[in-house]
Design a binder for this molecule. Structure first.
Ligand code: ATP
Ligand code: FE
Length: 368
């Protein structure tokens, strides 16, 4: 089995050719991060234009590197939900033309399902397992019971943790900081936090009173912004020019994000145990998404995993962020199970918003 995977849901144009065992035969990735860092956020029309400029080359590169001809492919798998409409459209239109031209089956992919399954490309992780996905656009806790069988236990009610870290970093003008010029907001905060005292400023952990597994980061961002304003006023400096306190603010912000994620995950583990949703033998917690490369956050999750008897698995950074192989792998898994494989002529539409699996967020709240 040979699958071509294509990813364009956000700001990365990715493609990979994979065999049935999960071996990456060829891959290519074009990241738009630099462009979007300069404009201070993703402008959808710009993202679409960059996907259009790069998709042909990226797919061709993945095929060339693999030495696989289009005729040899078993199927093409492409992200069709959720994501930015304009970005999803580019990958989908390209793929639809490609499968028609080469007469190949098409496998529409849910981006978050792909993030959740990536770990199985690298480790033998049987279903079911608990997964925490944290990135610039998402934050969710789910039980993966099968390739296309998920129970959603929690999701963010406002913004995603990576988005919060990016916004705090922008408010602190960390791009102008000599050590952070080329880093994403989350990376900059992790780096500066290493020299900071997380206890100097205290932030309330979000949603302390609610009994579900959902997340909220907008209130934390508000607390951080108010503290920055107050400190700037006290120091008599202009907006975005704080120096000495930046590390302490970064450390406190990172700590509160980690603590919120850890507490929600702890609750999710307890819910799973009470309802027999995880195997008694060697249960697994998977942590993935761009924010999962944060070592402080990983340690916080490791503490929860160890305390509840779960093993923690976290794919390496390049598989935590958006990439072609994870989409190809999802295609391989679906092909193996014969789930959601469409003949070449079938029209498929993209869906900017799409829940992952069965939404149990209300049940989790009621059960507490
Ligand atoms: P999507 O949700 O569609 O995957 P995305 O492209 O924004 O969206 P990723 O590429 O997975 O997501 O991750 C990028 C996010 O991860 C950014 O918000 C970035 O700040 C954050 N991030 C990257 N490295 C770190 C780190 N070391 N610590 C914390 N956050 C980080
Ligand atoms: Fe993603």
């Amino acid at each position: 089995r040979l699958v071509l995977g294509i990813e364009t849901s956000c700001d990365d144009t990715g493609a990979a050719v994979m065999d049935g065992s999960g071996a990456i035969l060829g891959e290519s990735l074009h990241s738009q991060k630099e462009v979007h860092l300069r404009t201070g956020g993703i402008i959808p029309t710009v993202a679409q234009q960059l996907h259009r400029e790069n998709i042909q080359r990226v797919v061709q590169e993945a095929l060339d590197r693999s030495g696989v001809a289009p005729a040899e492919l078993s199927a093409v798998a492409t992200t069709v939900k959720p994501g930015l409409a304009l970005s999803l459209a580019v990958g989908l239109e390209f793929s639809q033309r490609f499968v028609r031209r080469h007469n190949k089956p098409f496998i529409p992919i849910h981006h978050m399902e792909a993030h959740a399954l990536t770990v199985r490309m690298l480790h033998a992780v049987p279903f079911p397992f608990l997964v925490l996905l944290v990135s610039g656009g998402h934050s969710l806790l789910a039980v993966a019971r099968g390739v296309d069988d998920f129970l959603l236990l929690g999701r963010t009610l406002d913004e995603a943790p990576g988005d919060t870290l990016d916004k705090v970093a922008r408010r602190l003008s960390l791009r102008k900081h000599p050590r952070c010029a080329t880093l994403s907001g989350g990376q900059a905060i992790e780096l500066l936090a290493k020299d900071g005292d997380r206890r100097r400023f205290g932030f309330r952990t979000p949603m302390g009173q609610t009994t579900d597994c959902c997340f909220s980061f907008a209130g934390l961002r508000n607390q951080v912004t108010m503290l920055i304003k107050k400190t700037e006023a006290e120091e008599g400096v202009e907006e975005g020019t704080l120096l000495s306190q930046v590390s302490d603010i970064a450390a406190a912000t990172q700590h509160t994000v980690a603590s919120h994620l850890a507490k929600r995950t702890h609750r999710a583990v307890l819910f799973c145990k009470a309802n027999g949703l995880l195997p008694a033998d060697n249960p697994t917690l998977v942590l993935s998404g761009g924010v999962a490369s944060n070592q402080y956050i990983r340690r916080a999750l490791l503490i929860i995993a160890e305390a509840t008897g779960l093993r923690l698995l976290c794919p390496p950074a390049r598989f935590c962020t958006d990439n072609g192989p994870m989409i190809a792998w999802n295609g391989v898994e679906r092909l193996r199970e014969g789930r959601g494989i469409l003949p070449p002529g079938v029209d498929v539409s993209y869906e900017p918003r799409a829940v992952l699996g069965l939404d149990l967020t209300a049940e989790v709240r009621a059960a507490a």
